[in-house]
Write a protein that binds this ligand. Structure first.
Ligand SMILES: [Zn+2]
Length: 235
């Protein structure tokens, strides 16, 4: 139904294209630097071990494997770096860059970095908003257009949906800062040569675009529902 709404196409298309481009970019950049061995021959797990000690987080952060490709993440609930098999086991430039990025999140957590705390705090609201937002919105839309009810329910739906856009926006400083910390860590650690540092930076920059694309898509999606609500409210 929405696919044929020209307004939806107009609003959603830039987000979809940006997302596709960002996914292509992160995949191709990762594939490039996953094939470039780092000069110290360090896998993600080995680099994690060294870097965790260098930043003084030994005993406070765990490292575990996780299935999938580019599925690496830091889970603040159990203070664990989850590394994909390729990153954990391959001694590549990409593996060390990504490991340092995930450790950047662990550092944010240990240092009470505000945006990370905010992101963790809004997770329950986002879960509720993403589950109920569409249902409440369409219920409100039906009631308002079919039965002439007050459009307030529709706007409550939009408020719930806006939590997803808020989450995507708060994610941006968290991700940019983790990459900044990663590059700082790698520079001071002496684990990588200048050219390898540039490679790691390229992988992390490409990954950052996926978060930019997600935030843009979330905002455009929200704008579409605001436009629908406006349209319905005017009737
Ligand atoms: Zn991250």
């Amino acid at each position: 139904m929405f696919f044929f709404d020209p307004l939806y196409l107009m609003l959603a298309l830039p987000g979809i294209l940006l997302t596709l481009w960002a996914q292509w970019k992160v995949n191709s950049t990762y594939n490039n630097f996953a094939r470039v061995a780092n000069s110290r021959g360090l896998t993600g797990v080995q680099a994690a071990d060294i870097l965790i000690r260098q930043v003084g987080l030994q005993g406070q952060v765990q490292v575990q494997g996780t299935p999938g490709k580019l599925s690496d993440h830091y889970d603040p609930r159990n203070r664990t770096l989850f590394l994909s098999a390729e990153v954990a086991k391959n001694p590549s430039v990409a593996a060390v860059g990504i490991t340092a990025h995930e450790l950047g999140h662990a550092l944010q957590h240990a240092q009470n970095y505000g945006p990370l705390n905010l992101r963790m705090a809004i997770v329950p609201i986002v879960n509720l908003g993403s589950r109920l937002g569409y249902i409440v919105f369409f219920l409100g839309l039906c009631l308002a257009t079919q039965m002439g009810a007050n459009p307030i329910i529709m706007w409550i739906g939009i408020l719930l949906l806006s939590s997803m856009a808020l989450f995507a926006l708060v994610t941006l400083p968290v991700e940019f800062d983790a990459s900044r910390r990663a590059m700082q860590m790698l520079q001071t650690s002496g684990l990588m040569q200048t050219q390898e540092l540039q490679g790691a930076q390229k992988v992390l920059n490409a990954a950052a675009w996926t978060y930019v694309a997600a935030a843009a898509s979330a905002i455009l999606n929200l704008l579409y529902f605001v436009a629908l609500a406006n349209r319905a409210s005017r009737r």
